[in-house]
Write a protein of this length. Structure first.
Length: 599
């Protein structure tokens, strides 16, 4: 799974958030008061403007403290009825039609159809729901003001907070109902689409040519769903197939026949323990991984046939948690400088080491393996291992008693073949704790979509308090675009991306100048262009960090690649989303309060 930014520890994250929250509230309130005073001072003069702002703040405190749940729910019911009149169920109908015809376009011969199906249903649900929330939230209030239907509301004892909260709750109620239906239908679509059956192809006879290297019996399944499996029987009654297209099957002997069970592993929710990664260079000294020329520097590479190694350090590795040993899963990449034997994987080794370099038992004997590129390779690390003592002798040791130090151990991975390279990032190697419930994890993925819908609805209603429908829609759409491409903008502002700001980029396009050369327009014009670009990028950076990171709320990749969405990640997403909800609702209230809606 591609996880470029590590998930922070929740305790550390919430501590930092609470530490800066008071400062943010003070700056937010001061900025709001100052801007409101400037606008009011221009209209009424400084003194009258100050009293007008103070009066609005005082009435806001009264409105917030006296907000009625009953009136808010009444406003929400009106929003629900309005949404139904606008035929929002068309979005759900579009989703159903998309699923009906999806089978025509999804590649059922994909190397991992489970990942393909899950990515498709989650991504399509995400975009449809965001579009629905965008149109519902941005056009409702401006339409009521334009048609004067809001007069029948504001002339009654209904507060501004109740109008805004009622709109948000009503639209969220409709969106939630549609999203729940999408979730249920998507789940059935995925399960039904991936379900298939195999049978044993012929009979498995005990012959010398059919014995696997460990002496177990092998055979083949029938060719179904565009693939077949190799069966390995561990004994007379049970066995397992190999992993093909991201799944495998259990095999059991029922009566006189071998029965191949349903697919397993395609729909998973692996709970994992992640470690921290560091590298050793080709001489065995601390260093960095090698860049083999790929533009995307997410993974670093280690050179084969040298002392280069990738070292993961894991905490919490105790005998109580892993009484028989642990499963280590690898998702490595391979870079070949020469073809070699293309039918065989590049050989490597796994070594378990004690982080305490002064310990008598420093490392286990290397465990050989062949890298399985673009698929997860599970290596079981047993409790009993062969290890090398400090004096070089080999002895039997206990994994936890001899190779861990206060629950901490190191996993060293090296490439054994000269001229070949292993590529890895920190999330590519982890300890498998257990397998969680896929259905629950699938629902967690839709919670991320729901939180995005909440933010879009909140921003849409907030913008609609002072903008017209089309303009409010464009403003809300801009927050979505900035949120989805947040990392690109940050890289642009930080200078990671070459080409400069918008003015410099336009000049380079018109003059067809290379990105790596300096601008050739004169010293003073270059300084002016760079100054203007820098100020624009500074403003863009402020806007970017102020808006929600929609891409960070998407957990599609977790679900599609079979990883459990950690509760801490979900908790951080919920807190972020509701923080935006609170602050944008307050801003929208003040805009609605100052807007002339009465005749």
């Amino acid at each position: 799974m591609t996880l470029e930014n590590a998930i922070p520890n929740f305790a550390d994250w919430i501590f930092d958030a609470l530490r800066f929250l008071p400062i943010f509230i003070v700056v937010f309130a001061a900025a709001g008061f100052f801007i409101g005073f400037l606008v009011s001072a221009v209209r009424r003069g400084p003194v009258e403007g100050f009293y007008a702002v103070a009066q609005v703040i005082g009435s806001a405190v009264v409105d917030i403290l006296n907000t009625s749940i009953r009136r808010t729910l009444a406003m929400a019911m009106l929003a629900v009825q309005e949404s139904i009149r606008r035929k929002v169920l068309v979005a759900f109908a579009v989703f159903v039609v998309v699923l009906l015809f999806a089978g025509w376009y999804l590649d059922v011969k994909s190397d991992n159809p489970g990942r393909l199906y899950l990515s498709f249903v989650l991504t399509s649900s995400n975009y449809l729901v965001l579009i629905l929330a965008l149109f519902l939230s941005t056009f409702s209030l401006p339409t009521d003001i334009k048609n004067r239907t809001i007069y029948t509301i504001v002339t009654k004892p209904v507060r501004g907070t109740e109008i805004i909260l009622g709109r948000i709750i009503g639209f969220m109620t409709v969106g939630t109902a549609i999203l729940v239906a999408m979730c249920l239908i998507s789940y059935m679509f995925v399960v039904r689409g991936l379900n298939h059956e195999h049978q044993v192809d012929g009979e498995i006879q005990l012959t010398s040519t059919e014995l696997s290297p460990d002496g177990s019996l092998q055979g083949l399944t029938t060719y179904d769903a565009h693939h077949r499996h190799t069966i390995t029987m561990f004994d007379d009654v049970s066995g397992e197939t190999d992993v093909v297209m991201g799944h495998h099957h259990a095999v059991e002997k029922v009566g006189d026949e071998l029965v191949v069970g349903p697919p397993q592993g395609a729909l998973a929710a692996r709970v994992v323990r992640r470690g921290s990664l560091r590298f050793k260079d080709r001489s065995g000294k601390p260093g960095a991984g090698v860049n083999v020329g790929h533009e995307w520097a997410y993974r670093s590479y280690i050179e084969g046939g040298t002392l280069a190694a990738a070292v993961w350090t894991f905490d919490g590795m105790t005998a109580d948690r892993y009484p028989d040993g642990f499963n280590l899963e690898l998702n490595l990449r391979v870079f070949r400088t020469h073809k070699g034997n293309i039918e065989k994987g590049i050989l490597g080794s796994i070594t378990i080491r004690n982080p305490n370099t002064g310990a008598r038992i420093r490392s286990s004997e290397p465990i050989s393996f062949a890298a399985k590129e673009f698929s997860i390779d599970r290596q079981f690390i047993p409790r009993e291992l062969k290890a090398i003592d400090s004096d070089g002798t080999v002895s039997d040791v206990d994994l936890f008693e001899d190779l861990t130090d206060q629950g901490q151990l190191e996993v060293w991975i090296q490439c054994s073949e000269r001229g070949q390279y292993y590529g890895m990032a920190e999330p590519d190697v982890y300890v498998l704790e257990n397998n969680g419930n896929f259905a629950i994890n699938f629902m967690k993925g839709f919670i991320g979509i729901w939180l995005q819908m909440l933010m879009v609805t909140t921003f849409g209603v907030g913008f609609s308090t002072f903008l017209s429908g089309p303009v409010g829609m464009l403003a809300t759409l801009s927050t979505i675009v900035v949120g989805l491409f947040r990392q690109f903008i940050i890289d642009l502002v930080s200078g990671t991306l070459e080409g400069g700001g918008p003015i410099e980029a336009l000049i380079r396009v018109l003059t067809q100048a290379n990105l790596q050369v300096d601008l050739d327009i004169g010293r003073f014009p270059t300084l002016v262009v760079k100054f203007l670009d820098a100020r624009f990028l500074d403003a863009l950076n402020v806007i970017t960090v102020s808006l929600p990171d929609y891409a960070g709320f998407s957990t599609t990749e977790f679900v599609a690649t079979g990883f459990n969405i950690e509760p801490s990640l979900l908790a951080m997403q919920v807190i972020r989303a509701f923080t935006y909800f609170v602050f944008v609702t307050i801003i929208g209230y003040f805009f609605l309060k100052t807007r002339e809606v009465a005749a």
